[in-house]
Design a protein around this ligand. Structure first.
Ligand SMILES: [Zn+2]
Length: 272
């Protein structure tokens, strides 16, 4: 039986009042009785439609809303971890896929770093560290922060990026009587993340104090079986001078890998 549009618009009932009932058929759920129901004096009455379709739609809405909440929480949690990682803005979206390969050396470095990122859980369980050594502008920080980004975004773990000089400053800042943190807290910061990336090691001659900081930092992570990525412009043989022999030993233990960046600087060609 056909209804005219004017009939639908004109019918008004009190809330929940059934004004009319009709046999209908739902393409999915078959025959059902539909009710034209009042929605109060201010609105026209409306047909319910298929109850089972309505219930399915409500369930779908709930499912979507839940997924949206989970996605939002995940995004906020990732953003929080990215924010706390101190990875410089310039490197915050660096990826392994975005590393420019131009020769066997770069291909090999990328392979090792990709393996380190993709098997991070296994490497972390062994406390296996990584040393990226070589001249300025060869992409060491790019690859290290790409691993950090992978650890944060894909694995939901934590990473912290620090230059050696900022690590030294952070410990020194704990010495004053009105310092914002204690020395213990300073070292706890270095030990807490799942991955620590220590950049610019050996840019200047180190003092005995700095060598001690370096040892405490790397050793506490070593004892907690937590990996560290060390980045330096110094060569393999010079590194012990700037970090101390014991630190380099710690980094090499449990199969810690050393990657040499021997190709010429890519600065100017791309932003490395
Ligand atoms: Zn239906």
């Amino acid at each position: 039986m056909a209804r005219t549009a004017s009939e639908v618009v004109s019918l008004v009932g009190t809330l929940g009042q059934v004004l009319k009932s009709e046999k209908r058929s739902c393409a999915t759920h078959g025959d059902y009785t539909d009710h034209l129901t009042g929605l109060g004096k201010a609105r026209s009455a409306a047909w319910h439609g298929c109850n089972r379709c309505n219930a399915a739609n409500r369930a779908e809405d709930t499912r979507r809303e839940q997924q949206r909440l989970i996605r939002d929480n995940l995004r906020r949690s990732i953003e929080g971890r990215v924010g706390r990682s101190c990875i410089p803005r310039r490197f915050s979206d660096r990826s392994l896929a975005g590393f420019c390969v131009d020769g066997e050396g770069q291909a090999s470095a990328l392979r090792i770093c990709t393996d380190y990122a993709e098997n991070f859980l296994a490497h972390a369980r062994m406390g296996r560290s990584l040393m990226l050594l070589g001249t300025v502008g060869t992409g060491k920080t790019h690859l290290a922060t790409a691993i950090g980004n992978h650890v944060i975004r894909r694995l939901g773990m934590t990473a912290l990026y620090l230059t050696a000089s900022s690590a030294f400053r952070h410990v020194k800042a704990s010495f004053g009587s009105d310092s914002p943190h204690t020395e213990v807290q300073a070292y706890a910061l270095f030990e807490s993340p799942d991955l620590l990336i220590l950049d610019e090691v050996g840019v200047q001659n180190v003092t005995e104090f700095e060598r001690t900081v370096m040892f405490e930092m790397i050793n506490s992570r070593y004892e907690a079986m937590k990996p560290t990525i060390v980045i330096s412009n110094r060569g393999k043989d010079e590194l012990p001078t700037y970090m101390g022999d014991r630190v380099v030993d710690r980094l090499r233990e449990n199969g810690g890998k050393l990657v040499l960046f021997t190709w010429e600087s890519q600065r100017g060609k791309e932003d490395v």
